[in-house]
Design a protein around this ligand. Sequence first.
Ligand code: FE2
Length: 660
Amino acid sequence: MVFCEIGSMKMLHKAVIVLLSFVVVLVSVKGDVEITEQPLSKIDIHSAVIDLHDGAFVKAYPSVLGVNISIFDRKTALTDCLGVFGIVLCYIRRTVNSADVERGEDIEWVTVELKHPKSSNDDWIGVFSPAQFNASTCFVENDPKQQSPYICSAPIKYTFANYSNAGYAQTGKTTLKFQIINQRADYSFALFSGGLSNPKLVAYSNFISFKNPKAPLYPRLAIGKSWNEMTVTWTSGYNIDIATPFVSWGVSGQRATRSPAGTLTFHQNSMCGSPARTVGWRDPGFIHTSFLENLWPNTKYVYKLGHKLANGKYIWSKKTYSFMSPPYPGQESLQRVIIFGDMGKGERDGSNEYNNYQPGSLNTTDQLINDIDNIDIVFHIGDIVYSNGYISQWDQFTSQVEPIASAVPYMIASGNHERDWPDSGSFYDGKDSGGECGVPAETTFYVPAENRAKFWYSTDYGMFRFCIADSEHDWREGTEQYKFIEQCFASVDRKKQPWLIFAAHRVLGYSSDKYYAAEGSFDEPLGRVSLQKLWQKYKVDIGFYGHVHNYERTCPIYQNTCVNSEKSHYSGTVNGTIHVVVGGAGAHLSEFAQINTTWSLYKDYDFGFVKMTAFNQSSLLFEYKKSKDGKVYDSFTISRDYRDVLACVHDGCEATTLAP
Ligand SMILES: [Fe+2]
C-alpha cells in the first residue's frame, strides 16, 4: 500500500511538471529568433535606473522553497487545496514521509504575479539572487573614472512580462511561472520597463528562499586517476570551518563507509575579466570532491552526500544515489559510451529568450536521462555551459545534468567558452570565456588531469582508451601536450583495449563547416598537421570534435585521402582514422559549406549525439542519434581481430629485419 501511494505520488508529481511545461509552451507569444550570444549579456544592467511606481507590484510565492506542503500551516494548505493543482498538492501532503521534510529539495516552481499601470511589451522580469541587488553589494574596482551603478550584478534569468499573456501590454497584469533551483542564497523578482538596453526598475518582490540554501547539491561523477576510483563532486554552502564534507557509500545492500572530501572555491578576483569579474560574478559556493577508491569492477554502489556540523548534526543530500563501477581495463563486457560537444543549458520555464541560445540542450539532456540505464559513461567535449562570464549559469547547468552526472561518469573537455581570454595563456586570444579563463570549469568538474589548468588527460573504460586533448592549449609537435598525446596512444595494450579514441573540442581533424571550408584546410588552422602522423602510427580508431554545431563523419582517412572504400561495415584492417564532428548537442546550429568533399560520408544539420557500444574486443557499434527523437540516423560497425590492429599500414608499420 505504501509503495502504491509513493508510486501514485510520483506519477502525480510528474503530471504536474508536464502540465506546467505544457502551459508554458502553449502560451508563449514570442517567435523564434536566433540568438548567438549569452542572453544575459543583452541586459545593460549597469545603466539601470530607479523608476519605482506606486501602483505597480510584484509578488512571489511560495516564500519558502524546498519544504513539503505537510509543514505548511493549515490555512495555507487549505488555500492550496483549491483548484486542480491544490488537489494534487494536498494528495502529496498526505503521502509524504516526514523524514523527507528535513532533506533540502533543490528545485521548485515559483509563481510571480505582477501589475504595472504603465505596462508595455518592453517590460521584463529579472530574477535576482542574492535577493538584495542594489549598489550596496557592488564590487568596487580601484578606478576613479568608474561610477558606482545602482545595480551591479546581472539577474540569474529573465523573461518578458508578456511571455505567458499576449494581452499584458493592455491589462498591465500577468502571472508567470519560474523554475528556481537552489543556489545558496535568497531570490527576488524585479519588474523593469525600458527593455533590456535601457532598464528602469519599476517594482520588486518579496524575498523568497529555500529552506536550507546551503544544502549539498548536484553530485557529478568522474573516473579518477585509476580505473577503480570514482570521484564524486558536489556543491554546497558549507565551508570547512562550518562542516566537514564526506560521502557515505558502499556496495548496494552492504554496510556503508565514509570517505572525506576536499573543498575548493574561487573568488571574484580569480576571474580574468568582464563580465565574470563584474556584472556576471556570483559566488559559486563550495565545491567538494571525494575519492571513492578500490572499487570492485562492474559493481553497483550507492552513495549519499554528507556534511557533519560542529554540533554533531548531519546534513544529508536529498536522496541516495547509485552508480555502476567501471570495468577492469581490458575486461570484455558490454560497454556503452556517449560523446557530444557544445550542449549548453536550457530553461524549462522558457526564460532567457525562450531557450534560443542553446535550443537543443534540453532535448539532448532528456534523451540521455530516458536512456540512462543503457549508458555507462558520458563525454561532453567542451563548450559545457556557455556561461560566458555569468557564473550563476554553472549551478543551473549542474542542476540540469544531475540525473545523468549523478548516475554515470560525466567527463568533460575544455572549450573556447570555458578557457579563452586574452593574455591569459590560452592558445587563442579571443574573449569567448567572458573572463572566466577556465576557472569555473576547472573547479566545478573533476577531471583526472595532472594539472586541471592544463585540461588534457587519459582515461580507461574497459576495452576503451580515451585520450582527451585540450584544444585551448598548444598541441603541436614539441609541446608538453603533444608529448602527452603520444604517450597516451603509445601506452595502451591494444590486445586488451582495442578501441582507441581521441577527442578535442575544436576540430583538429576534418569538418565541412563553412568557416573551416573558408580556411581551405577543413579544420582548425594547423589542427591536424602534426597530429595525423600520431593517429596513423598508433592506429587511432576515431577522433571526436565539437566546436562547430553539426554532425559529420568521414571515411577512414590519412592525409586528406580516404584509405578504405567501405562506408558502414568495416572489417579487418581499417587503415586510417575516422573523424567525427559531434558539436550539435544543443547550441545554435552551424551551416555546412556548399562543397562536397570525397571524405565526408554523412552530414547532418541538426541536434544530436553519438553512442558507441563495444560488445567485445572485436566488435564495435557506432550510432549517431538526433536529440529530438533519440532515433539512429547514421551508424557503422567495426569488426576485426587483434592481428588487424597489428597489421602494417602506410606510415604505421613496426620495424622489421630480414633475419628470420
Ligand atoms: Fe567552441
